[in-house]
Write a protein that binds this ligand. Structure first.
Ligand code: SF4
Length: 447
């Protein structure tokens, strides 16, 4: 049972030192109770109090890890209903289904499609999990599939069957990979809970409706299983959507621990058409899927889903930023143009893309503007002559060129005079305002 703010306050040192970032212990206690602060922010909590406060400071949706090593996926840990309140914490994992009734060619093709990945604003977007389905009912066949997939990929695994013997065989083949066991139901709960507990693997519960799910999670926790994922069992679009909202709201607003777990969704069991499935998957990305299992992967639907996930799970308070430095585009030389831009990722990718389009090899200086765009950084005083000049002098570009000409973004035109003064010996040229005009501008470049 979660503690109230006042109960938490009684366990704090009450010195009001302010080191936790808020002025009083009472304010900190209230933030902790609301899930808006981390207990670790107070360095003075006693060990005894820590033990009591752990539950109160735990996120209302438990963080669950699927898999092990570099490819482990963390889902859950959410603390808000809406992204703008703080941020969404754990991007949902996308899984592809491979069944033990598929022939070898299909299994291989799906393993290939699982390797789909895309580069976007400096990030690699790719799917996360492989869901292995024991449709055949044949223990040996399922075990063989698990072994094959385990050899072929380091990805996290989901073992899917309602037969505990099949789950047991799959688990024996890959327990060190900490797969998610799907699913414990009211018919098999005891046996599946035993498997999860003995292997320390997470387990999904599947009920027919949220009341049954809550009964199952209660039984699992009583059996000592803590890492749980929820499938409400709904396979109509409306009900599945509603369940997601109720689960999140019950955990966050009502502090109802029995639904305080990440969810697993199967859009392919709601719609047979692949495009409809992708649209439903996008809905689960926004509202509030923890793991989204797709019946198959196709580039034309997987890519937009990965981009939607990236956008929704970006911290709204921290813009995506590129590392400050000198970027070489097209193999520039001593006479190549030198352009300057901010480190807002979108700006960087637009500018570098247009330089590439121009086919004019160039040096691009990316200045740290704390992820702000050119105009915003300039307005905030972070991208002005006083800050740009020291960066240009220190970045090392002078060792790479023979001229001293710097092209600044058109929006920085008011800084050109001051920048020439600060740089001393450089000619500052005002480039285009819009990235789309860079290729035409560079074609006129004279060192
Ligand atoms: S750091 Fe701890 S002791 Fe200091 S004000 Fe915050 S809660 Fe109180």
């Amino acid at each position: 049972m979660a503690l109230t703010g006042i109960q938490i306050f009684k366990l704090l040192p009450k010195t009001n030192c302010g080191e936790c970032g808020v002025p009083t212990c009472l304010a900190f206690a209230m933030s902790l109770a609301a899930g808006k602060a981390e207990l670790a922010a107070c360095p003075y909590v006693s060990e005894e109090a820590k033990a009591q406060l752990t539950e109160a400071s735990a996120p209302p949706i438990r963080m669950v890890t699927i898999g092990a090593g570099d490819r482990a996926l963390k889902v859950g840990g959410e603390t808000v209903m809406f992204r703008h309140e703080k941020r969404f914490e754990s991007p949902p994992g996308f899984a592809i289904i491979i069944s033990d009734t598929m022939d070898e060619a299909e299994v291989n093709a799906r393993l290939e499609r699982f390797k789909l990945r895309y580069e976007r604003v400096g990030l690699t977007l790719r799917p996360d999990l492989i869901a292995l389905k024991g449709d055949s009912g044949d223990v040996a066949r399922f075990e063989a599939l698990v072994n094959k997939v385990k050899q072929a990929s380091q990805a996290g695994l989901i073992l899917m069957s309602d037969n505990p013997d099949i789950l047991k065989a799959g688990l024996a083949a890959c327990s060190e990979r900490k797969p998610l066991l799907y699913a414990a139901t009211k018919e098999n709960l005891e046996a599946v809970a035993g498997l999860a507990k003995s292997s320390s693997c997470p387990v999904a519960v599947k009920g027919s409706g949220l009341e049954e799910v809550a009964e199952l999670t209660e039984k699992l926790t009583e059996a000592g299983v803590k890492d749980i994922v929820i499938d409400s069992g709904s396979r109509s679009l409306r009900q599945a959507f509603q369940d997601q909202i109720i689960i999140r709201s019950a955990a966050l607003n009502k502090k109802f621990r029995l639904l305080g777990y990440p969810t697993i969704c199967f859009p392919g069991e709601i719609a047979a058409d692949p495009m409809k499935e992708a649209v439903i998957a996008a809905m689960f990305v926004a509202k509030y899927g923890g793991i989204i299992v797709l019946s198959d992967f196709q580039g034309e639907s997987l890519f937009p889903l990965l981009v939607a996930r990236m956008n929704i799970y970006t911290d709204p308070q921290r813009p995506l930023a590129t590392t400050e430095g000198i970027y070489e585009i097209g193999g520039p030389g001593e006479g190549s143009p030198v352009l300057l831009t901010s480190n807002f990722s979108l700006t960087y990718f637009i500018v570098s893309g247009e330089i590439e389009n121009s086919k004019v090899p160039s040096w691009l200086l990316v200045k740290d503007t704390e992820g702000l765009s050119v105009m915003t950084a300039w307005a905030a005083g972070k991208f002005v002559a006083d800050t740009i000049a020291p960066f240009v002098k220190k970045c090392g570009i002078e060792d790479k060129i023979k001229h001293h000409k710097l092209v600044i973004p058109g929006y920085l035109a008011p800084e050109s005079g001051g920048l020439e003064e600060e740089l001393g010996g450089w000619e500052v040229l005002v480039g285009p305002r819009e990235g789309a005009h860079i290729p035409a501008y560079l074609k006129t470049w004279q060192p």
